[in-house]
Design a protein around this ligand. Sequence first.
Ligand code: F6P
Length: 362
Amino acid sequence: MSDPKTIAVLTGGGDAPGLNAVIRAVAKAALAKGWSVLGIEDGFEGLLRDDGVRPLTLPDVRGILQTGGTILRCSNRGDPFSSPIVGSRESADRSADVLTTVSKLQLDALVVIGGDGSLGIAHRLAKLGVSVVGIPKTIDNDVGGTDVTFGFDTACQTAMEAIDRLHTTAASHQRVMVIEVMGRDAGWIAVRAGTSGGGDVILIPEIPFDIEAVCHKIRERREGGSRFSIVVVAEGASPKGGGKTVVVGPADSATGVERLGGVGAAVARAIEDRTGIECRVTVLGHVQRGGSPTSWDRVLGTRLGVGAVLCVERGLSGVMVGLRGDRILETPLEDAIRDPHRVDPEGDEVQAIEATGVSFGR
Ligand code: F6P
């Protein structure tokens, strides 16, 4: 048995299916070594509050493997390097308070489960001397240093099931169904859910689309006897020469991050205007982030959680665990956040999908 340690775990950013599987694995693997485990609530915010930390014992992590969300809750507003000042629009650097909390709790390591934003914060904390291990989480599948992130498989399954349902209505009414999926600047959910759901057109941020090419595909299908079409649009997709479609204002007032949304409606309007064919739009939104994780996400989450504990045991810091081939390996956080994972427009996967007649609008 290794030296007893105290570790803390937090879930940063938005939720993703499989977070509880990871928390459970971190806690079980660490408790089995005789270590103490603390849960930080509300992402990094919990490190800045007096009441944001609680012990995680075996009873706390029982029965959570199959549940969505996170028992620790999460937040994308708790960046300690830019923490909102109550009653003002300003923010302050409270990283020194995090260092104080870490030393007060006598933490040997902080396990940060998060996407690119949270892993970026983790990297900065590691540079300040906090011992940090990251675990990549996001339905967008856009983190470097791992073949895949947990949460992505469940999101694709949910989106595929929705497309299956929309397919029958599209066929019955001979309509064009436009389905907008999440993913931010990565088209992974659109590619995988669109392909597995039998989409006819898939539009992704990595391939700016030509609306004429989209309409050509839809007309071609009509002429060939398929009087309906399924168009899957990633929220970050944009027309050639155009920009992304954002929801309210240029950015979220608290985080400064653009809120994407609305490209599905714009695409549907453009198709209807050009072809005269009736279109309907469905925005899947946060449905993709909820619910019970798939078997794949539960197993991947479990392996990543255990992998993070093993990194702590080896004294590693400033790294992120990821799946590479069939192994869990560590990558410097710096590398993982520098090289985001995107769909390769000329890659094997896109080429194979195009070979089946699917249009990427190019
Ligand atoms: O990063 C995950 C994600 O669901 C993106 O796909 C989406 O653009 C964003 O988060 C939505 O964020 P929020 O929950 O803050 O609206």
